[in-house]
Design a protein around this ligand. Structure first.
Ligand code: HEC
Length: 422
């Protein structure tokens, strides 16, 4: 995508037919990618609800199982539940029943669909529009291709490192593994926020965690389950180690769920991803998710609820709130010669934003004002002033990837204007 000079447009009036054909092509490309993005996001969210929903359900079920005297051989415990007008009595066989049931329900396509739709969505949003959402030239000069390659390679590498750590038995030592894994993710986040745009970096770390979780289902949990079924059919006793390693991975997934969800929706919140301490915000989030999960795990297991969790969570959220108020990356308290006026703000917005945010945008690839926000006239700018503050003064989310090269001083002028206006 590159800016189209409005005068080029006029000049092309002579060859009007060609111009319209080109505009038509750009427009259809844009419209199709917008719809692809909606359909994939819809599928992704629905699949993720089904996956995480069943995963939360099974964790809670597992924790609530109670041993009783009259249970069949090999049964660890049972649980009674009531739902939708009926009572359910559920038993868990530690490895497997002595005989295979005729019908067995597997839970795997929820996870696979979540990953496949998520990856496709990432291609449509972050790879095909890498210049807007993945690259930020004020962070690092990358071409869209380099940024895409970096994203793919780091995704694969991070997953391989995790997989290797688990396979070499490191994961059996739970606490050191949890601490090591946490530091690994924070280090990755720090690196990503210094290579990609803030938004791209948050999505990248979320994609890595999501990939690890789905890969746990695909490469270990389901294959182990299949091996168990095969040995049962052959009349052998399955290796109990298979179930144990699966459980290990499902515990990892359990603790990663809350952070991955909040990181996935973080792209709606510029104050998180496009401010100075964005990587510390991720570090806190990565710690808070498991702590909150711990509360529910203890509760579902019927143990004493660890209420302290909410104190820690509240402290973390307050810390994030203050960190997000630190302003854009490398913010400078510019020495302004005079109090900025609305006219100064308008001049900045007209020159840095209105090429996209106009009734008829002149930025190639943008066919309607993004999110319906027009910033091409004083009254529109005045009306949207708080939104402008959130995305361009207190954070550097807009212009996306800083494509129109807004300067720190200009952000400082916007911030100073907002400060005095309220
Ligand atoms: C290159 C084109 C482009 C430029 C320049 C640009 N924007 Fe945007 N803007 C977008 C796109 C694309 C989106 C939609 C982002 C998305 O899909 O999440 C957007 C979204 C927004 C939103 C809505 C955010 C939300 O919460 O949904 C605001 C507000 C905004 N821009 C303000 C600005 C301001 C202020 C500037 C100038 C400092 C600016 N934009 C410059 C393309 C642009």
């Amino acid at each position: 995508m590159r800016p189209i000079d409005a005068t080029d447009y006029m000049g092309a009036a002579a060859s009007r037919g060609i111009t319209i054909a080109i505009v038509g092509k750009v427009m259809w490309g844009s419209i199709i990618s917008e719809w692809a993005s909606l359909l994939l996001r819809w599928l992704h969210v629905v699949a993720a609800i089904a996956w995480i929903g069943s995963s939360f359900y099974f964790i809670a079920l597992d924790l609530s199982l109670k041993p009783r005297a009259d249970l069949p051989d090999g049964v660890q415990g049972e649980a009674w539940q009531v739902h939708g007008g009926g009572f359910y009595r559920i038993m868990k066989y530690l490895v497997a029943p002595s005989q295979m049931p005729d019908e067995l329900t597997w839970f795997k396509w929820e996870a696979y669909t979540t990953w496949l739709s998520g990856f496709a969505l990432m291609v449509v949003v972050y790879y095909l529009e890498a210049d807007l959402f993945l690259v930020d030239k004020s962070i690092l000069e990358l071409t869209p291709f380099q940024a895409g390659l970096f994203s793919l390679a780091s995704l694969a590498l991070a997953w391989l490192l995790y997989e290797a750590a688990c396979r070499t038995g490191l994961a059996q030592r739970e606490l050191p593994f949890a601490i090591g894994g946490y530091l690994f993710l924070v280090a990755l986040t720090y690196a990503f926020t210094h290579v990609l745009s803030g938004r791209g970096a948050f999505n990248q770390i979320a994609a890595i965690i999501g990939t690890i979780m789905v890969a746990n289902v695909f490469t270990l949990i389901i294959p182990n389950q299949k091996k168990i079924v095969v040995s049962l059919i052959a009349g052998q006793t399955p290796d109990p180690k298979l179930g144990k390693t699966s459980k290990e991975r499902s515990v990892h997934n359990n603790y990663l769920t809350l952070p991955v969800v909040v990181l996935m929706i973080s792209n709606h919140y510029p104050l998180l991803y496009a401010t100075k301490f964005n990587w510390i915000i991720v570090a806190i989030t990565l710690a808070l998710g498991p702590v909150i999960r711990h509360f529910f795990n203890e509760r579902h297991a019927g143990r004493k609820s660890p209420w302290w969790v909410w104190g820690v969570a509240a402290a973390g959220v307050v810390a994030i709130l203050f960190l997000s108020a630190a302003g854009p990356r490398e913010a400078k308290t510019a020495v302004l010669s005079a109090q900025p006026t609305l006219a100064d703000v308008e001049e900045i917005v007209m020159s840095r934003c209105s090429m996209c945010h106009a009734a008829e945008p002149v930025w190639a690839g943008i066919v309607t004002a993004p999110k319906g926000i027009q910033l091409d006239a004083p009254e529109h700018i005045d009306r949207n002033i708080r939104l402008i503050g959130r995305v361009a003064a207190w954070s550097s989310a807009m212009p996306p990837g800083n494509v129109t090269e807004m300067t720190r001083e200009e952000r400082a002028v916007l911030a100073a204007y907002l400060e005095q206006a309220r």
